[in-house]
Write a protein that binds this ligand. Structure first.
Ligand SMILES: [Zn+2]
Length: 300
């Protein structure tokens, strides 16, 4: 029997914002997502509690190369663990300098270490790109790569039997809060996102595993709600874009708007702050505004 362990990486000392998944079958265990390097200590001690050393892992599967998903991948590479990922993400992990610089532009240099920690180069021989529909088998565990752009162009949702690890394309949902779409720059594409959700539904998954955060037992309903909110957010932002407002002006209004949505779902203030950790409002403003800008310029 396979088992799936949800590891809470306790990002910024908060619970249930970033997960890593440990899957055990007959062969070597497999990890899906590493979280950022700032939670590497937490990941290591969680693996230790499960009696696993980083070098024991048979593979690391990454949904995409954003820091909160792949920031500690290089530590596993140092242990010789093979890393499976989207071909477009590969060069960024092999040479993370550009990725780091563009993140520093978004977060500010002073925040990088506190939030994400360092990122080192990875030996390309350990990075294995998978095309859409390609599979990787470790022991009796077979994972299928579902290329799923929308949140990021280099995004893979990983199917294992009748469950799918959805990275960020399956949205963010914490505790009993609503599902929301994480919309950071620079790749947000609403049309692609919807097609990716369709693609996931075509596999008729019984469960989803969200990196932010955990198990979803009603995939159809969950993904329908995600698309609904994605459309609402996109249209709300379109109004701001058409008015020509600045990002700095929009962000507090967007926070009010999403906080009202969370209130309607009965989300407490504490829960709302977890949502903000997992999916900062200012990032979604920036990502969605970029989407409308590129659309207006006919570039997407
Ligand atoms: Zn994420």
């Amino acid at each position: 029997m396979n088992s799936i362990e949800i590891i809470d990486l306790k990002f910024q000392q908060a619970e249930k914002t970033i997960a890593s998944f440990l899957i055990r079958g007959a062969g070597k265990p497999v990890l899906v997502e590493t979280g950022p390097h700032s939670t590497w200590g937490e990941l290591k001690s969680s693996l230790d509690r499960l009696d696993i050393k980083p070098g024991d892992l048979g593979a690391l599967l990454l949904s995409h190369i954003h820091f909160d998903h792949a920031g500690a991948a290089w530590e596993l590479a140092k242990e010789g663990v093979k890393i499976y990922l989207h071909p477009m993400g590969l060069p960024h992990l092999a040479n993370p300098e550009r990725l780091w610089k563009s993140a520093a532009k978004i977060y500010g240099d002073d925040q990088m270490d506190k939030l994400w920690g360092p990122m080192e180069t990875i030996d390309e021989r350990l990075l294995v790109p998978l095309e859409d529909g390609e599979m990787v088998t470790i022991g009796d565990l077979t994972f299928t790569a579902i290329h799923s752009p929308g949140h990021a162009i280099h995004h893979i949702a990983w199917k294992l039997n009748d469950v799918i690890f959805t990275g960020d394309v399956g949205g963010v949902k914490i505790n009993n809060g609503p599902v929301v779409p994480p919309c950071p720059p620079p790749d947000i594409n609403i049309e692609d996102w919807k097609s990716s959700v369709e693609k996931i539904l075509d596999h008729h998954p019984k469960k989803l595993y969200l990196t932010h955060f955990g198990e979803i037992t009603n995939p159809q309903e969950h993904l329908a709600q995600l698309i609904e909110v994605l459309d609402e957010w996109a249209m709300w932002m379109k109004v701001q874009f058409d008015k020509g407002r600045d990002l700095e002006e929009i962000t507090p209004d967007f926070m009010n708007y999403t906080s009202q949505q969370l209130n309607r779902h009965g989300a407490s203030k504490d829960l709302q702050s977890l949502y903000e950790y997992a999916n900062p409002s200012w990032m979604s403003v920036s990502g969605l505004m970029r989407y409308w800008k590129l659309k207006a310029e006919g570039r997407i």
